[in-house]
Design a protein around this ligand. Structure first.
Ligand code: PRT
Length: 172
């Protein structure tokens, strides 16, 4: 019984809906052109149909595709264009929802669903970067800068009082 449950096709978590902060509005979906159902831009994209296997370079390629969708993208054919047309708050909200869905699957120990949710999360993070004008190299550089520095050592080296000054309630 447990084995059958373990082998079932992974399904996505129930959709999480986060409210936008008070005073921030996003463009309503109904105000955008209806998506063209017959065409799947992902199937047509030469960048994603080149047969490459999985490696981190996909993140750079995905950023380029989403960047192309910015401004010039057709909101009826492109999910990225459609999402960005709804405004920065909506783009950020979607990232939060995907993060929560990923957290739920991870906490439940659903390995395969966590992989699916991770892909959703990375895609929506890249939409956040494009919307904010952030290039992947900026994030890669920051990761390189942190390489070899233990998170515990970094935390211990922080000036005292910084956490309080930053206004966070997170426990140190
Ligand atoms: N990786 C992805 C990807 N992952 C998830 N999604 C879409 O994200 C959407 C999430 O759906 P939801 O129902 O959660 O949210 P929603 O309908 O956008 O909005 P709300 O219901 O929350 O208002 C789905 O339509 C998914 O298909 C993605 N859409 C695009 N990509 C990549 O982005 C590229 C460009 O896509 P387009 O911009 O659509 O051309 C593609 O080639 C893909 O490589």
């Amino acid at each position: 019984m447990a084995k059958a449950a373990k082998n079932k096709t992974p399904t996505k978590a129930a959709k999480v809906r986060l409210p936008l902060p008070a005073g921030i509005a996003a463009t309503k979906k109904s105000k955008l052109p209806k998506p063209v159902r017959a065409v799947d831009a992902r199937v047509l994209s030469p960048l994603t149909a080149n047969g490459t296997g999985g490696d981190a370079l996909i993140l750079d390629r995905l950023w380029q595709v989403v960047e192309q969708r910015r401004g010039a993208g057709d909101a009826a054919r492109s999910h990225s264009a459609r999402l960005m047309a709804r405004g920065t708050a909506k783009v950020a909200q979607k990232l939060g929802e995907e993060a929560v869905e990923c957290v739920i699957e991870a906490a439940l120990g659903n390995r395969e669903a966590t992989v699916l949710e991770s892909a959703d999360l990375l895609y929506h993070l890249i939409v956040v970067w494009v919307d904010a004008g952030i290039h992947p190299e900026e994030v890669w550089s920051e990761l390189v800068r942190r390489q070899g520095v233990s998170g515990l050592a970094e935390k211990a080296a922080r000036p005292r009082g910084v956490i309080r000054a930053a206004g966070t309630r997170k426990l140190p």
